[in-house]
Design a protein around this ligand. Sequence first.
Ligand code: ADP
Length: 511
Amino acid sequence: MRTFTEDNGYGVGVPRVGTAVLTDWEAGMLDRAAEELSVKKIVVAGLGTSGTATARFLLKCRATVVITDSKSASEIAASEELIGLGAEFVPESDNETLLDGVDMLVASPGIARTAQLLVAAEAKGVEVVSDIELASRYIKAPIIAVTGTNGKSTVVTLISSILEAAGRSVFTGGNIGTPVLEYFNSDIAPEFCVLEVSSFQLEHVSTFKPQMAVLLNITEDHLERYKDFDDYAATKLALFDSQDSGCVAVVNAGDGCVASILSTRGTVFEGRSSNGPQVVPFTTTGMFGDGLYLRMSSIVFAGSGLLDGEVYSTEECSLKGLHNIENMMAAIAVARTCGIDKETIEGVLAGFRGLRHRMEFVRTLDEVTYIDDSKGTNVGALKMALKGIDSEVVLVAGGVDKGGDYSVLLPYVKEKVTRMILIGESREKMKEALGSVTDVVEASTMEEAVRIAQSSAEAGMKVLLCPAGASFDMFSSYADRGESYRSSVMALSSVSKGSKEERVASLSDEG
Ligand code: ADP
């Protein structure tokens, strides 16, 4: 163990960010990164959590670091610290100075490919990378990367929990919250690096090669950022671009879009079949001789060349719904490939209660169950949520529209949703698309929406918050929105039983 301020090659007197000492493994890792990066001038564009972690990492590696953001330096929490460590702040509008003599630009996920800065950087021949691309060049542990429109965080958490239950040291990061470059602040060398990877991070990869790559599903999302759905889907497939025959690809062959890519292009690995990754498919809608499928309520992992057939019961699992069976299949495929034994996997699956704000039980009041699915931020998640509920639903929805087609929800809303209470920016568009098959009421606050939901729901029904949109129109995050729903639900008192009509009427009397 060496302290940062000793003669360790990273600059005497420069304070170490994070823990106070460099472990030998970390110093060794940074030596390699520093050798390459210390001679480079690098722009870090976007100073949110991941951009800040990127700048800290680059400064530790003694790169010449320029930081920039659409906000001014004084509006950015970390700017003082980063400038103190040697970074130079240049306003984003000053493209010429910003890109002068620059070798590389690390783009934060929030910056679109079409942003003026990125276009100017590409035109100047500056290499544009995401933090995942940069980090993966120096990470030595096998990388397990998970992408998909929905389910990433759940699957990443399942995989990491299984590996940890088996006593393996794991770094978990990426889009799930901890920036990937925090890997280099781990106390001991992680044996596995489990990453949640968004399409935004996949926009700027060139050598990123996960030893195991998982593709859960592709449904409409983020269409405000992509030319069209095909553009979005193609971005997700970049996960597999650098994989070779030593790698494994776990793919949901039962997902409509993934299946059509598999069938129209032969495999996602077209043109590289001889040296492409080993594919482990899974599905809840068919059967495979060489992957994972559903038999009654059990998951069967048929021999894929990796192992003999195995059966995993899902009956004792708290995770419910077909989408969670898919999530469990992906986690089993990865964990078994990592050599984790079946009993450990079953133990974790049985004990896993799911993540906050994903189909989370809030309370039962007057025989009505309230569910928080605030993380359901797109059409695909709402479709899955409704498919998984076996009673009538009063739905609280609406948020920032992401360009998806709400009409795919028509059959599910028609079958299950007795009333839809709409909040947020997308309410008009949702009302237009779905108002013909269910009763629609608009509300201006979450509290009002929940009060209307209570008056609308009868015993045995479920009240579901699943917005099918982002939260930033009314809240700071999906978690903030979920907490607002929870507190509004917890504030409800039992109401006298009357007919639904009487209760709705009394609510309008209250104004
Ligand atoms: P992500 O990290 O991809 O946003 P999460 O695990 O946070 O995924 O779940 C996001 C939303 O998608 C939640 O509403 C959850 O109930 C739903 N969901 C989870 N897994 C799946 C899946 N495999 N298919 C469709 N929807 C899913």
